[in-house]
Design a protein around this ligand. Structure first.
Ligand code: NAD
Length: 255
């Protein structure tokens, strides 16, 4: 059996530009024959995402700020109207107030931590709830984690515990939704030069470290992450669920 996504329909949340991990996933999946629904954060980001959606032949392009009541639900209503069902959904979004991200966890405010947790983690749970309705015969949900979820990575600060919670949500959702044949995984890429990453202090050092100390001595590419995502949503991975999978050239092995 070869890897094909022909006949599969999927939602990709989190394309900001051509460097986004979500774009890497969407590109590989479109090349493998998937039909896509792509979202953009707001009117300001639309001009950057629209040409990419066209290039990818996306059938649907819709606004979605997960912190705005009803926007995520509206995306699912539109997909239900146009498609009826959905085969996979990729959650590749994270956000924190910059002052919180740049400070110590111990100094984080309740409001800042909660907002970051809501956008970066609980939105995955909300996405899963919507997917339940559109995946009566099963499907796959993926989210993006990071090594800082389980080890202390300098300058990752409050995003560490938030990614831990996200990984845990993926496991619990895999357990709760397994009955309906919905599979759930978190993918853990190594450092990638994206816009979200540019908010992390000393990110260049993290990339240098990943290159010099990973067993394979290289950084991952968007295609590497997209290929893994494509495999996970394909029928080839139908007995896999609840995994946390690294795409980091083995960096997580080294202390
Ligand atoms: P990116 O900036 O390209 O993508 C982040 C996306 O989150 C953007 O498209 C942005 O619009 C979206 N977003 C932020 N707030 C949102 C909201 N309220 N509603 C909807 N969307 C919102 O950066 P990226 O690196 O591709 O990030 C994608 C995911 O990958 C994130 O979860 C990030 O933590 C994770 N990740 C990144 C790296 C890395 O080194 N870049 C490593 C591991 C994991």
């Amino acid at each position: 059996m070869s890897l094909s996504l022909k006949g599969k329909r999927g939602l990709v949340l989190g394309i900001a530009n051509r460097h986004s991990i979500a774009y890497g996933c969407a590109k590989v999946m479109a090349e493998m024959g998937a039909e896509l629904c792509i979202t953009y954060l707001n009117e300001k980001s639309k001009p950057y995402v629209e040409p990419l959606a066209e290039e990818l032949g996306a059938k649907l392009l819709l606004p979605c700020d997960v912190s705005v009541d009803g926007e995520l639900e509206a995306v699912f209503h539109e997909m239900e109207k146009q498609w009826g069902t959905l085969d996979f959904a990729i959650h590749s979004i994270a956000w924190s107030p910059l002052e919180e991200l740049h400070g110590r966890l111990v100094d984080s405010s309740s409001a800042g931590f909660s907002k970051a947790m809501d956008i970066s983690c609980h939105s995955f749970v909300r996405m899963a709830k919507q997917c339940q309705r559109l995946m009566p015969d099963g499907g796959t949900l993926l989210t993006m984690s990071y090594e800082g979820a389980e080890k202390v990575v300098d300058h990752y600060n409050l995003m560490g515990p938030i990614k831990s919670a996200l990984d845990s949500c993926a496991r619990y959702l895999a357990s709760e939704l397994g009955e309906q044949q919905i599979r759930v995984h978190s993918i853990s890429p190594g450092p990638m030069p994206t816009r979200a990453a540019s908010g992390i202090d000393h990110f260049d050092e993290l990339m240098e470290d990943a290159t010099s100390r990973s067993p394979l001595h290289r950084l991952g590419t968007l295609e590497d992450i997209g290929s893994l995502a494509a495999f996970l949503v394909s029928d080839l991975a139908k007995t896999q669920t609840g995994n946390r999978i690294f795409v980091d050239a083995g960096r997580h092995l080294i202390g």
